[in-house]
Design a protein around this ligand. Structure first.
Ligand SMILES: [Zn+2]
Length: 135
């Protein structure tokens, strides 16, 4: 019985019903940073869609032509448009097909959409993006 008051003390601060309703919401919105095309500042996706693929959010990959790409992965990228049909040739992620993915506004190539038996994700080229709150 002596343990119970301790539990009550821990639970008390989380009641929070005295604070005005909605005071927590603006903070939650402020943490939703955007990811933008660095050519035209079009909103591509948000950090809330960050994906961890094969244990990592960021990947460094070479394409067959020897070009190096620093990539970061997202589950969704609503600001992109996809180009061409999915191909599995030289896919960086085993079991996934890829399509080039372009900025929905200026059509710059910003990365690839990977689709396969597991959830679809986007691998975006880090140095073609801007990270932050709305410019
Ligand atoms: Zn753009």
């Amino acid at each position: 019985m002596q343990r119970r008051p301790l539990y009550c003390r821990i639970a008390l601060p989380s009641r929070g019903s005295n604070s005005a309703p909605g005071t927590h919401r603006p903070q939650a919105v402020r943490t939703r940073e955007g990811v933008y095309c660095n050519s035209c500042l079009h909103l591509i996706t948000s950090l809330e869609f960050k994906a961890v693929i094969n244990g990592q959010h960021q990947h460094t990959m070479f394409n067959p032509a020897g070009l190096l790409f620093e990539l970061c992965c997202f589950w969704q990228a609503p600001g992109m448009v996809n180009s061409g049909k999915p191909s599995t040739d030289f896919s960086w992620f085993s079991g996934y097909g890829w399509q080039a993915s372009l900025c929905g506004n200026c059509r710059r190539h910003l990365g690839w959409r990977f689709s396969g038996p597991q959830p679809t994700f986007f691998a975006l080229i880090t140095n073609r993006l801007l990270f932050g709150t709305a410019p």
